[in-house]
Design a binder for this molecule. Structure first.
Ligand SMILES: [Zn+2]
Length: 344
């Protein structure tokens, strides 16, 4: 009997730094940065979109090994099945089942293929930890109930005004040249999604399984990148000493084989980790007010101020910020650090 596959599941809302965390963790010994595995079947297998290494997924040698063990001829059907099982309208029933102590996402014949995917990834990469940045809490609940999986949940949270602003940027799904854009929900919808996904993540894991749950705020991550990544590595059961840091806030990245995610996953070489704070200047007053009103319960829970000039969160971002994490942009744009901006 094989030992269980340890999966570090990155949960929460989009645009919270999950691609960066995945790419950095993938540089540690014994870790495989798998990316958003819930998209493997559609974007990887059916659409043959680029792997993190730059090759179309079906041409990547590593995924070639893994795919041989999977029912790839059924990829479209498996993708459709997942979409159907993970719909937003199923959330109340999912939480009811969780409260009763039964599987939050009911079993399904495709689950065998999903379990085989994680086992094959661990076998062919030799990784002790597989990082899955799928984020969607219902998918994490599904994965956690698969046989042979030991789930640890890293909950990444970011100020919802920042994520709402980031969602509105025009961005190709696989970089600037890609005509297919990443989704761009209106700020009100982005705010509601932020509230729902972060609340459901807390209900599913923080309340029930605190030993297997770690919450990290984007603002703390970008203020102290190396120290925060060490904490995450230790939580995942990885030697924190073996990371890619060349300074407290600089990493040297080599290509990963991650599936889907922000286009920034293709960046390699020396990369400074800094906060993307453009929203503080460029998010309109109306949008700020709307997002703040819609996410009010979560703001309090996660320690974010209501007002732009409100009291600081527990760990305010470091000075000299530049556009980087979560922006998905390859260009670094220096922002003045002391222009009297509205940072709390
Ligand atoms: Zn690859």
């Amino acid at each position: 009997m094989n030992p269980p596959v340890r999966v570090l599941y990155l949960a929460g809302s989009g645009r919270s730094g999950s691609t960066l965390v995945t790419t950095v963790l993938g540089q540690y010994d014994g870790v495989f940065a798998a990316g958003e595995l819930r998209y493997l079947w559609q974007r990887g297998e059916v659409e043959n979109r680029p792997c993190g290494c730059g090759r179309p997924l079906r041409d990547c040698p590593l995924w070639g090994e893994v795919r041989r063990e999977l029912p790839t001829d059924r990829a479209a059907a498996i993708a459709a099945g997942l979409r159907g099982r993970l719909r937003m309208r199923g959330l109340p029933a999912l939480l009811r089942r969780h409260r009763r102590g039964v599987r939050p996402v009911p079993a399904h014949p495709d689950d065998a293929a999903l379990a085989d995917l994680y086992a094959a990834v661990a076998r062919h990469t030799g990784a002790r930890v597989v990082v899955d940045s799928s984020k969607l809490p219902p998918y994490g609940a599904l994965v956690g109930a698969l046989p042979g999986i030991e789930l640890r949940v890293l909950h990444l949270v970011r100020d919802p005004r920042a994520t709402a602003f980031s969602w509105r940027r025009r961005r190709g799904l696989d970089g600037d040249a890609d005509p297919e854009l990443m989704s761009r929900p209106p700020v009100g919808k982005a705010a509601l999604l932020w509230l729902v996904w972060n609340t459901v993540t807390v209900r599913l894991w923080a309340d029930r399984a605190p030993a297997g749950y770690l919450r990290v705020r984007y603002e703390d991550l970008t203020a102290e990148p190396e120290a925060t990544l060490r904490r995450i590595a230790a939580f995942a059961g990885v030697d924190p000493a073996g990371g890619p840091f060349t300074g407290p806030a600089t990493v040297r990245l080599t290509p990963t084989h991650s599936v889907a995610g922000n286009p920034s996953r293709h960046r390699t070489g020396p990369v400074p980790i800094t906060a993307d704070v453009q929203w503080r200047h460029d998010l309109s007053r109306r949008s700020y007010a709307l997002v703040t009103a819609l996410t009010a319960p979560g703001l309090r829970r996660f320690g974010y101020p209501w007002r732009r000039g409100g009291p600081a969160a527990a760990n305010p971002a470091g000075s000299g910020s530049s556009v980087a994490v979560g922006s998905g942009r390859s260009a670094q744009v220096r922002q003045p650090a002391s222009a009297g901006h509205e940072e709390g």
